[in-house]
Design a protein. Structure first.
Length: 341
């Protein structure tokens, strides 16, 4: 272990540093402006630097690693128990310094700039999809007030637009017609931008060997494959596929005492975006399995005794360990002859 252990509390402008030596004696307690951080760490010998895995943490992790320091990121929730009393930057930095030395602490792998750029594409696409959904819901709700209704689905919006354009002034007043055109213009613009981001994600997928291997798994397409490849910097930090599924939040939540363990709903911990994508992929697998019983006997047997949504989450909980195995072993998915499991 490094002779100097640093706890760095990140912020927008003022950073707090707390450092101890090999004997756990405090030798550094200092505030730094943002412009002073790199100069300060350049003067330090190679040290163990702990930070909470929050905003800008991966950027500073890369910068300090380039200076020769051993940087370790920790989930903020795991650092919280080491805060003694009160809440200020100095106390937080001291807690980070204490937490980073714990042998049972779990760390977050530092993402590369390329991985963060792919995730930015996903976040931007998700934002635009939410905005498109809000506009579509608004358009549907307002036109329903005038008796104009179309079937559900994004692909049905042109049909709804055609109904509005064909309606007479007695059915749809001119003021409302103008609002419809404004909303449709925004929906079409968002649709074009979502398509542009989709092409960029596809290009990243074709350039990533790991993403292409992940796509060989049933229920995992380009979007899910690139998201997993960009989120998981190193699959070997998970001891098994079960740990990976637990990290995503797809395993049952455990509660109990005195040796009695009760399993409840899934924990919903970890990355909600990955969890959502895997559940959506599992939905497609179930739909396919209903028509191909010889390829998914386990799924169809489970559907006979459990609700479809429960089976969907169970299949997603199968997909996560398969994805971990593909990433950690450097292989592609091999379809079993009897079942996806």
């Amino acid at each position: 272990m490094s002779t100097i252990i640093i706890g760095l509390d990140l912020a927008k402008h003022v950073f707090q540093v707390h450092g101890v030596d090999a004997t756990a004696q405090v030798i550094i307690r200092k505030k730094l402006r943002r412009s002073e951080v790199l100069e300060f760490f350049k003067e330090l010998p190679p040290s163990l630097v702990g930070m909470e895995a929050c905003g800008t943490a991966h950027h500073w992790g890369r910068e300090l690693t380039a200076l020769g320091h051993d940087v370790r990121l920790m989930p903020a929730g795991y650092v919280k128990p080491y805060v003694k009393r009160g809440k200020n930057d100095a106390v937080d930095a001291e807690a980070i310094c204490e937490a980073v030395t714990r042998p049972t602490m779990r760390f977050v792998e530092i993402k590369s700039a390329e991985q963060q750029s792919v995730l930015m594409l996903h976040r931007t696409r998700e934002l635009l999809v939410r905005q498109r959904t809000a506009l579509i819901n608004s358009l549907r709700g307002q036109l329903a007030e005038f008796g104009l209704i179309a079937p559900q689905g994004v692909w049905r919006i042109p049909q709804l637009h055609a109904l509005a354009q064909g309606a007479t002034s007695s059915v749809l007043p001119d003021a409302m017609r103008a609002c419809v055109e404004l909303i449709m213009g925004q929906i079409e613009d968002l649709q074009m931008r979502i398509g542009t981001i989709g092409k960029a994600i596809l290009a990243c997928h074709r350039a990533s060997e790991m993403s292409q291997r992940l796509q060989t798994i049933p229920g995992i397409g380009v979007i899910t494959a690139t998201a997993i490849a960009a989120t998981v910097a190193n699959a070997n930090v998970f001891k098994s596929g079960r740990h990976f599924a637990a990290w995503i939040g797809l395993v049952p939540r455990q509660t109990g005492t005195g040796g009695r363990i009760h399993l409840g709903p899934i924990s919903k911990k970890g990355d909600p975006y990955l969890r959502k994508l895997l559940v959506l992929g599992a939905t497609a697998v179930i739909r396919y399995a209903k028509n191909k019983p010889e390829l998914a006997a386990w799924i169809n047997a489970l559907l006979e005794r459990r609700p479809a949504r429960v089976v969907t989450v169970a299949v997603a909980n199968k997909l996560a360990p398969i994805a971990w195995a593909v990433m950690s072993r450097g292989e592609t998915f091999r379809q079993a002859s009897s079942a996806i499991a």
